[in-house]
Design a protein around this ligand. Sequence first.
Ligand SMILES: [Zn+2]
Length: 285
Amino acid sequence: MKKLLYLLLWFIPLAVNAEPLRVFVSVAPQQTIVERLGGAQVVVEPLVKAGLSPHTYEPTPSQMARLARADSYIKIGMPFEAAWLPRIQAANSHMNVVDARDGIALQPALAHDHEDAAAPHEHAEFDPHIWTSPLLVKQMAVTITNALANLDSAHAADYRANLAILINDLDALDRDLRTELANITPRQFMVFHPAWGYFAAAYGLEQIPIELNGKEPSAQQLAALIDQARREKVRVIFVQPQFPRKAAAQIAAAIDGTVEVIDPLAADYFANLRRVARLIAEAAR
Ligand SMILES: [Zn+2]
């Protein structure tokens, strides 16, 4: 009995320590990265669930209740953050806010206005889709690891070990994408929503956006895009599940090409980027 009591006392503090960190992120690819780093020590929830548009997003009441108990919010510059983070912080003054963009050189938003009733226009000044470059995700992973280690120093060694494995996997992903995209021509690819700027920069490609200032192009702009697609020998028009496809379908029809869906917000980060690179390479052949 005495032995059992001793065991119980021994385990109580461990049980308290084992309570996972509650971390919120903005989009699903960030969730994948934080889960890889945190393992069983974190519970991660993306504010924008898969399939929803981050451009017209607002948290649900149940998410607001969980946000009020969150240990950390890892922001990345999505437009809704500017509208919602002050309200979330007002409801949870203990929440540690981490900026996943720390140490990353941001690109200006490309004709890209993240049109959103809740977000003023100036917040779309920089392109927020930094996770589309595995090299930038390496930097982001270091920032997140430091934040997790600060919040939960008892597991700092675990977080650093997970970081080393993740960086290996990101390097392998980067090598695969580099190989896949090395010699393709044309180097341009046409997308409705310009979410692939950091990906394009990393691999020497150029995205041609169809969406202009968050809207479908006008008839005149559409005609110019069709001319450009012909000139650049584009054969596939890429669309994203969260955005309209009408203009993309019109351009594809005019150039006798096809429409292909790629999703920068997919949670299966590694497989998704490999698939995107393969589709871009196949479209160029
Ligand atoms: Zn976007």
